[in-house]
Each structure stands twice: as structure tokens, then as C-alpha cells.
Design a protein around this ligand. Sequence first.
Ligand code: NAD
Length: 304
Amino acid sequence: MPEVSFDGRVAIVTGAGGGLGRAHALELAARGAKVVVNDLGGDITGTNGGTAMADQVVGEIRAAGGEAVSNYDSVATVEGGKAIVQTALDAFGTVDILVNNAGNIKNAPFSDTSPESVESLLAVHVKGAFNVTQPAFDIMRRNGYGRIVFTSSAAGLFGSIHQANYAAAKGAIYGLANVVSLEGAPYGILANTILPAAESRMAADMNPEQFVGMPTSAAHGEPEMISAMVVYLASEQNTHSHELYSIARGRYARVFMGVAPGWHVKADEPVASADDVAAHIAQIRDLDGYAVPGSMIEEFRLVP
Ligand SMILES: NC(=O)c1ccc[n+]([C@@H]2O[C@H](COP(=O)([O-])OP(=O)(O)OC[C@H]3O[C@@H](n4cnc5c(N)ncnc54)[C@H](O)[C@@H]3O)[C@@H](O)[C@H]2O)c1
């Protein structure tokens, strides 16, 4: 197996001025990619902004002998998404890799979650991923090659106390990624999603109550642990798409959405009632023999 490398490839990493995105950008550049380091440069809520965070990472990449340029646009607007992709075109002529990583956070108990915070998180995480992916996808489609990594969260797919707005946004990213992977497949564009867990300023803002009872043993939480998976998924070596991977506490694992065999009312049988559902709920809930559909149509085809 050849070493994972990116000679001549052009990558965009959003939110790369710190935390996980910085580690992704450094590793992609160290392996030969030309990198657009995007970051708004604000605080964890996504408020304010500045040039220092992105410039710092670009400085680190160049000091190590790599190639990188800064971009300070917000992913949260259509114009910002286009400008981020245009930065890659202006500096390096194309886009081969997109890592959608930018994110913000505003934790609160569900009853105290403001509509404004929901808007803000959907704007950065979901619309942000859409705004950058759409113009990048068009270029990748013309090139017949692309690798896209979306950043969701275990909070979004499994739930996390005091993170209703964040979980709603992170769950939506998975839906977006699945469609991008299906529509990208004929053009050599592969799209996958990660659920990372690593030390960062955002992770430090998590509600400590839900970690009570967690094993206290030392576990890997370095951002570089996440970058190993992201960089693999962004490489030519990766041939998988439409998949979801968890990287947490040193463990790399595929996560999947499956459907159980269930209880089937045949076409010549009467329409089910709530009483029929009650009578068959154990069979409906039984996961034995589940399948992992690759699309909505594949799910429907599972039912004869
Ligand atoms: N750290 C974890 O354990 C963890 C767990 C699950 C998911 N994530 C996700 O990983 C990604 C990286 O988070 P992190 O933990 O490194 O936190 P972080 O706060 O260090 O990184 C997020 C970056 O995104 C940037 N950003 C925010 N709004 C932006 C905007 N509108 N446009 C461009 N950039 C913007 C921030 O300035 C910041 O540098 C996020 O999407 C986060 O939701 C992290």
C-alpha cells in the first residue's frame, strides 16, 4: 500500500484556524497538498472575526515547507462559500479535496434554547457545509475527481444533553452528505462523514454532567487522531463513499444507519391498525438480520 500522499492536490479546510481543522490542514500540507486555510477567526459561538487564526496556520504550514493560503470568509453565507472556493482557484487553479469542518456552539438546556441560537448553528454547520460544497462540487464534477469530508457529531446522531441546536445541525449534515455522495458517485466524487471526539476549545465547552461515570483512564484525544481518518478519507487510497466513521478515545469505527427486517403487512392483507402494531411491536423492534441501505431506493427495495 503506497503512503497516503497528495502531490499536486488542492484542499480546502474550513474552520482550519484552530482545533481539529488546524490539525487536518497541517497534515494535508505535510503530505503534499496545497491548502486553503479558511477561518472566520471568531469565538466558539461563531461571533466576531479576524485574520490571525488562519494566518497563524498558514505560517506554520509554510514554515514546514508546505503551500497554503488564508481565507477569512464565513461559510454561513452563499457569497462566503463561493469566495472560499474562489480562493482555491485563484491560488492553486482547482479544488480536489474539501473538508467541511467549521462549526460553532451555543449549549443550553432544551427549554432555554433560543430560536436565534438554532438559526446560528444551522447557518454555520448545515448551510455552511452546503455553501462551500456546492461550488466545490461543480469543479470536482468537471474534473471527474473529488474527495469531500463532512464533520457531523455523535451528539447529532446519538443525542447529547443541552445540545438540541447543535445536534439538529449535526444530524442534518449527515443527510446532506448522503445526497452529495450519491450524486457525486458518477463523477468520481466520494463523500464521507466523521463523528470526531477530541480536545479543542469547543470540546471544553461541553456540559460536564453527562460525562459523569465515564472511564477516567487516559484516552487519546489529540486532534491529530481525527486528522488521520480525515486525511485517509481525503486521499486517492480511499475508495469508499456514503459512509460514517466515529473516531473517539483512540477507537476508529464505522457507524451505520440500518433497518431491521420488521413486520410486513402483505399487499393482499388488510391495512394495519394501532392494535396490530401493538401486537407486533417486539418483531418491529427486533434488530436481528438488519440491512444497511445505500440510499432511500435501496431501503424501499428491501421490502418485497
Ligand atoms: N472537538 C470535538 O470533540 C468535536 C466533536 C464533534 C464534532 N466536532 C466538530 O468538529 C469541528 C471542529 O471543531 P473543534 O472542536 O476543532 O472546535 P474549534 O472551535 O476549535 O473549531 C471550529 C473552527 O470553526 C471556525 N468557524 C466558526 N464559525 C465559522 C464560520 N462561519 N466560517 C468559517 N469558520 C468558522 C472557528 O473560528 C474555529 O476555528 C466542528 O464542526 C465541530 O462541531 C468536534
